[in-house]
Design a protein around this ligand. Structure first.
Ligand code: PLP
Length: 533
């Protein structure tokens, strides 16, 4: 039968099934090859959708990343529940716009309910509080955003409004009179979106002050306190203290209780970035993980908390949330226009950074209802257990774990043969060669396309220096015990090839991996494989 005659829906379904099959490999075209394959910038006469689909499959989908494959353990993308693709069709077909009730009437209230459900998990207010605020026109328990980035921007925007009440009307120059500047304090592991927020707010990335972390990658609260004193002496207004609850690179959770106390003492906005870690809240009380239980103590005292739906809450991309403790927070963003989001309306657009927004709330609400606390807890339990198991597998000699994982992200390095069993001081002396080795290995692995871990560089307490590390993230529910073993084995094989390549003729010592061709030359062009999201 002619392929083009198969109904579009059936073909799409076939492609999706194929993309999700366990044996599917990522395309191994280089990024350079791909960049030259999309060079048509002239609109051609329209083609039939079925024809387009065939083209899309051949030229794009077959070369795409197989994000759900069991050996993909470097992304923060979580496996979607089975029902999600169908729900995606529904949401697309409805094409609602939640900026205002005129284009998303009942769904506006569903969105507010979803936000209240999450708010309650985080802030644990009384029943009566929710009765009063969840559907009150003048209350805002939070907003849905396109992701953690926009949630963080909105949080720091609110912190700025709180610190300088006139800033929304007068701008920074008019509102900051008497101050030499305004700063936000966060861990050195803070997500780059916080610096983006500072740049956007006109405060500059240098005004995000990054505080060192301790040996468990938690921010040093004492150092943060000293920094606040230093800022005050220098007439720098402290806008906010940020706690990380699930650092993007390490999965570590800051001491939120201590940070809350600090923020309260200095009367500054306390924001918790739980874009990644928010889902761990659902495993909070669980028996299974004494190391996760209690990590979030203190989160209730935050003014604002970012939680991404599209990370551990398993929604499709584009479903962030900013949860706001006080529904009438003085820092609230308030928008209005003559034709929509009028002040006396129920329009959610009054409180959001975004304008038009899709009904992502349906995905979030559905997961909260259909997976529920139990289902979400099971998933985060599995992800933390996989991380733990992976950590144990690292102890076989070829690898070095960087710090025991407190949640579901593991940092590690491959140690080439000639450095096995060496003292930390020796490894430190070979730091540059080790860094380059990890870069080559990770590039070779992503180019091969069979498996994936990401890479980053962090200051490792044990070495007191910044190291390039491999980074395994466990949100993909297709990962199994066997695929953990298999992924490490594949890395060993690739690493041995690199080590072999490295042996300069006539010597038995390795030369710098940067002199190799092949995988290492991919490095510069594959920067998106560094920390993803
Ligand atoms: C992923 C992440 C973000 C950014 O979220 P996006 O949804 O990618 O915009 C912010 N903070 C942390 C800690 C994250 O892990």
């Amino acid at each position: 039968m002619d392929e083009a005659a198969v109904p579009l829906a059936v073909r799409v379904e076939q492609f999706v099934q194929k993309l999700r099959s366990p044996e599917v490999l990522c395309g191994n075209e280089s990024l350079h090859e791909l960049s030259t394959a999309f060079m048509n910038c002239q609109l051609l006469p329209p083609m039939a959708p079925s024809e387009y689909l065939e083209w899309l499959k051949r030229e794009v989908l077959d070369k795409e990343v197989a994000i759900d494959s069991p050996m993909m353990m470097g992304h923060m993308t979580n496996t979607l529940p089975d029902y999600m693709p169908e729900m995606g069709k529904l949401v697309t077909a409805l094409n609602l716009n939640l900026v205002k009730t005129e284009t998303g009437k009942a769904t506006t209230f569903l969105e507010r309910e979803a936000l209240a459900l999450l708010h309650r998990e985080v802030f644990q207010k009384e029943e009566q509080f929710y009765e009063e605020h969840m559907q009150s026109r003048t209350s805002c328990l939070g907003t849905m955003t396109s992701g953690g980035t926009t949630a963080n921007i909105q949080a720091l925007w609110m912190a700025r409004n709180r610190a300088f009440p006139e800033v929304e009307q007068r701008g920074l120059v008019g509102a900051m009179k008497g101050w030499a500047g305004a700063v936000v304090l966060a861990s050195e592991l803070a997500h780059y979106s916080l610096a983006k927020a500072m740049r956007l707010l006109g405060l500059g990335s240098e005004s995000l002050i990054r505080i060192p972390t301790d040996e468990t990658f938690r921010v040093d609260v004492k150092a943060m306190e000293e920094e606040i004193h230093r800022c005050q002496a220098a007439h720098l207004k402290v806008l906010a203290v940020v706690g990380l609850a699930g650092a993007t690179e390490t999965g570590s959770v800051d001491d939120l209780e201590a940070l809350a106390a600090l923020a309260e003492r200095f009367d500054v906005h306390f924001h918790v970035d739980a874009a990644w870690g928010g889902g761990l809240l659902f495993g909070h009380e669980a028996q299974w993980s004494p190391n996760v239980a209690g990590l979030f103590r203190g989160v209730r005292r935050a003014h604002t908390v970012s939680v991404d739906g599209h990370k551990l809450l398993c929604t499709p991309m584009g479903a962030g949330t900013l949860l706001i403790r006080d529904p009438c927070d003085p820092g609230l963003i308030t928008n209005s226009a003559r034709y929509i989001i009028r002040e006396d309306s129920f329009d959610q657009g009054r409180f959001t950074l975004e304008g038009s927004r899709p009904a992502m709330a349906i995905y979030l609400h559905m997961n909260l209802r259909c997976l529920g606390r139990e289902g979400l807890a099971l998933r985060v339990q599995k992800s933390c257990e996989l991380a733990r198991r992976f950590w144990e597998l690292l102890s076989d000699g070829s690898f070095e774990g960087i710090a025991e994982p407190s949640t579901n992200i593991v940092l590690y390095r491959y140690i080439p043969q000639y450095l096995r069993g060496c003292e930390p001081s020796v490894l430190k002396a070979h730091g540059k060669a080790l860094d380059e080795f990890q870069i080559s290995l990770q590039a070779a692995q992503s180019l091969a396309g069979r498996s994936f871990v990401s890479r980053t560089s962090v200051r490792a307490p044990r070495y007191g220096a910044s190291l390039v590390c491999l980074r395994a993230v466990f949100g993909n529910m297709a990962i199994t015990e066997a695929s953990l073993v298999e992924t490490l084995r594949e890395q060993e094989v690739l690493a041995q090839q690199i080590e072999g390549l490295d042996k300069a003729p006539g010597t038995d010592g390795p030369t710098s991996p940067s002199t190799t061709t092949g995988p290492a030359s991919e490095t510069d062009t594959s920067s998106e494989f560094i920390v993803t999201s």
